[in-house]
Design a protein around this ligand. Structure first.
Ligand code: IPE
Ligand code: IPE
Ligand code: MG
Length: 241
């Protein structure tokens, strides 16, 4: 295999911070929730675009541990949208070979939503074409803290020695333990920050900050960003030969 870091290989794992729904709606004089509904339609399209682009893993940020700071009505509307999305999409996701997983802390999510999440994971567990991971009540710091807590319990129980804890150990306790690290992180809406998304996992990801608001992010733009990734020189700290 060609080990050259400039080989025109697409990203295997793309992660997306889907931002800008609120501004999209407000610019149309509509409530923020209208933007979230428009955003959900984009999700369907982008998930479908993955397979032909050979993007095997897609991880999307749906709700952060900080998003609870929003008004009660926006939070409730989002939670209801997540339930609706799962109910409506389960059949086609299953049929289209998409395996769905959720990351984030489920403890604060309502029971009905968690039951739907569990069911969708179970129903798509045999699929292997595209692995879709949805981050709900997810925060990178929260994830690392929860992982560290579990790791500490394992040490206390005698399953792990402190001197054996290294860079390979910690990720086994993260919510993403079965996933490869993201190659490309895309954020829409013009904000150049990561807002607590996949902190550990994105250490060597390539970033693409795009001005388009999420509800306007088209399949075509996604395709362009994914193909531009192949032109990037990834060095991982080394000096290429
Ligand atoms: C992203 O859009 C979706 C969520 C955070 C749930 P926003 O709701 O953050 O939209 P803006 O950034 O206010 O435009
Ligand atoms: C990040 O977007 C979270 C999601 C996309 C779900 P935010 O809109 O919450 O991030 P900030 O507040 O602009 O940093
Ligand atoms: Mg935002």
């Amino acid at each position: 295999m060609d080990a050259d870091s400039t080989s025109l290989k697409g990203p295997r794992h793309v992660a997306i911070i889907m931002d800008g729904n609120g501004r999209w709606a407000q610019s149309r004089g509509r409530p923020r929730l209208f933007g979230h509904h428009a955003g959900a339609k984009r999700v369907k399209e982008i998930v479908r675009a993955c397979k032909p682009l050979e993007v095997k893993y897609l991880t999307i940020f749906g709700f952060s541990t900080e998003n609870w700071k929003r008004t009660q009505s926006e939070v409730a509307g989002l939670m209801s949208l997540f339930r609706q999305y799962i109910r409506k999409e389960t059949r086609s996701l299953k049929k289209e070979g998409v395996r769905v997983r959720f990351i984030g802390d489920r403890v604060r999510l309502d029971e009905k939503l968690v039951a739907l999440m569990d069911e969708l994971e179970l129903l798509t567990a045999e699929n292997d074409d595209v692995h879709l991971t949805i981050a709900l009540n997810y925060g990178g710091r929260d994830e690392v803290a929860r992982a560290t807590r579990r790791l500490a319990f394992d040490i206390q129980a005698g399953n792990l020695l402190p001197q054996d804890v290294d860079e390979e150990t910690l990720p086994k306790y993260l919510d993403t333990y079965v996933l490869p690290d993201p190659d490309l992180v895309i954020r829409t809406s013009g904000e150049a920050r990561i807002s607590n998304f996949l902190l550990w996992q994105s250490a060597y990801a390539e970033y693409e900050f795009i001005d388009t608001l999420w509800p306007d992010f088209s399949e075509e733009e996604f395709r362009k960003v994914v193909s531009a990734f192949g032109m990037r020189k990834r060095r991982f700290g080394a000096v290429p030969a």
